[in-house]
Design a protein around this ligand. Structure first.
Ligand code: PGA
Length: 249
């Protein structure tokens, strides 16, 4: 059985002082233990999150990582540092990083392998633009990303790999893919993992949907067979809403 995973992607939100308030609230929430709850604050607040969430089941994820352990890479954070801090997840290949920071599949692939090498779980984001969906090219795009970003990953590592299917047109727009469309793509991703890495890897890999997930649509999305979780931006920035997401029925 794959454990459901609800991860909050805070993006570039919450200063140190604001994060303290939200993390304190999250620390005191009653959350369903059968669901893996993750928060991904900006790097500057990762140590704070580890500290304040000590003793809870809420895990901490980073929003990015470099692929090298150390060196002259001004402004970057290494997977070794994240491991040292006790971070458990790292979002990689988010469409905002691909679009605004020019990250390509080759670099993302290198980061995925680096992160796994440090015993961290990647949350690899893939997804199509509206133009690609309208041109019936959504599956082609996702196939290209999955195969390139996961190239060379050992099939045995897929119990640690999380894939987030995030159609770009649904991120932060209030437009959610229908639960059936999301399920269709997540089933396709599982099929791709089976073709490329074998049946066991496909059974183990957890696949999230992301894009305007809210307390009022999370249950329908989570009811789908191939959807094991959600990667949530906006609706994860408030404790009550985060609790409703993790405690979906
Ligand atoms: P959203 O963001 O929930 O605000 O649409 C999701 C994401 O980009 O991970």
């Amino acid at each position: 059985m794959r454990k459901p995973i609800i991860a909050g992607n805070w993006k570039m939100n919450k200063s140190y002082s604001e994060a303290k308030v939200l993390l304190d609230e999250i620390k005191n929430l009653e959350l369903n233990d059968d669901v893996e709850a993750v928060v991904c604050p900006p790097h500057i607040n990762l140590a704070l999150a580890k500290e304040l969430l000590k003793g809870t089941n809420v895990k901490v994820g980073a929003q990015n990582s470099h692929d090298k352990d150390s060196g002259a890479y001004t402004g970057e954070v290494s997977p070794a540092f994240l491991e040292d801090l006790g971070v458990e997840y790292v979002i990689l290949g988010h469409s905002e990083r691909r679009e605004y920071f020019g990250e390509c599949d080759k670099f993302i692939n290198s980061k995925v392998k680096a992160v796994l090498g440090h015993n961290l779980s990647p949350i690899l984001c893939v997804g199509e633009t509206l133009e690609e969906r309208e041109a019936d090219k959504a599956k082609d795009k996702v196939k290209t990303q999955i195969e390139a970003d996961l190239e060379g990953v050992d099939a045995k590592e897929f119990d640690k790999v999380v894939i987030a299917y995030e159609p770009i047109w649904a991120i932060g727009t209030g437009k959610t893919a229908s639960a059936d469309d999301a399920e269709e793509m997540c089933a396709y991703i599982r099929e791709l993992i089976k073709e490329n890495f074998g049946e066991e890897a496909a059974e183990k890999v957890r696949i999230q949907y992301g894009g305007s997930v809210k307390p009022d649509n999370v249950s329908e999305i989570m009811s789908k067979e191939n959807i094991d979780g959600a990667l949530v931006g906006g609706a994860s920035l408030e404790a009550e809403s985060y609790q409703a997401l993790v405690n979906f029925k």
